[in-house]
Design a protein. Structure first.
Length: 210
């Protein structure tokens, strides 16, 4: 692999979704230079990120910042992880500050769906678009909105989180009727036999699987 010019700016992205920590270093135009993977150790997240960032900095100099994708809710205005079903509370507490101290670089924490959406917008399926909606269905349900070329955070920094939208459920795992009870969609929600009636600004849409 050719040694990148020292004057070129580089950026590192890190994904903290279990069971694997993934990281990559790219140019400012989005070209991939190198990637790394390792089993994610939830008790050593900060140390792991610092180590993998150090390895990638040896590949290409002049790293401007590190983006860290979090499986959970992140307030982009306060750089705080508000909630995560995967990261323990001891890790979430001031994760931003700990990572900055450990790496010596500017750190940008972001919800994993937001990070993926922006990547698709810049160099993937959304390239050339000004507005797009991204939806992630994995262990949980996530979403992100690109509006007029910018990641739309909303007033609380949580816009696009469709996995937190309340749905009116009428039948859940069998014939039991739950009436108008509202529950938030969450990981594993779309299991066998689940019927959901969602009420956006229009007629009810029926979602059925199983």
């Amino acid at each position: 692999m050719a040694i990148p010019a020292s004057s070129q700016q580089h950026f590192i992205g890190v994904d903290l979704c279990e069971p694997t920590l993934r990281a990559a270093i790219v140019t400012d135009s989005g070209d991939l230079l190198e990637s790394r993977e390792a089993p994610l150790d939830l008790e050593r997240v900060v140390e792991q990120v610092a180590q993998i960032v150090s390895e990638l900095r040896d590949v290409a100099p002049n790293v401007q910042s590190v983006g860290v994708a979090i499986p959970g809710l992140v307030n982009r205005f306060t750089d705080r992880v508000l909630a995560s079903t995967e990261l323990p509370s001891t890790v979430r507490e001031d994760l931003h500050g700990k990572l900055m101290k450990a790496t010596g670089l500017r750190i940008e924490l972001e919800n994993d769906a937001n990070a993926a959406a922006y990547g698709e917008y810049k160099v993937g399926a959304g390239r050339g678009c000004r507005d797009m909606f991204y939806m992630s269905i994995s262990k949980g349900i996530g979403g992100a909105i690109i509006f007029d070329g910018k990641l739309w955070a909303g007033a609380s920094g949580l816009a696009g989180e469709v996995g937190r939208v309340c749905l009116r459920q009428y039948r859940l795992f069998g014939n039991s009727r739950l009436g108008a009870e509202h529950r938030a969609a969450r990981s594993g929600a779309f299991g066998p036999g689940l019927n959901l009636f969602a009420f956006p600004a229009g007629p009810a849409q029926r979602i059925h699987r199983g």
